[in-house]
Ligand binder design. Structure first.
Ligand SMILES: [Zn+2]
Length: 60
């Protein structure tokens, strides 16, 4: 499953979760489920991976 970047609409905290596409995610700081997904292409494109990231799902 992909690591997805989330941002909490309530407190503004940004965090990562390994989540299924339709999985409900809660903010780890305030517990709000009003979070939005922040899609960043680098997590899905192997070409941009530095090789040291822990977010690419082990593409190396
Ligand atoms: Zn929050």
């Amino acid at each position: 499953m992909p690591v997805i970047d989330f941002k909490c609409k309530k407190c503004g905290s940004e965090f990562f979760e390994i989540a299924a596409h339709d999985e409900q995610v809660e903010c780890p700081k305030c517990g709000s489920n009003e979070v939005e997904r922040v899609y960043k292409g680098k997590y899905y494109g192997k070409g941009n991976c530095s090789g040291n990231c822990s977010c690419c799902g082990g593409c190396h």
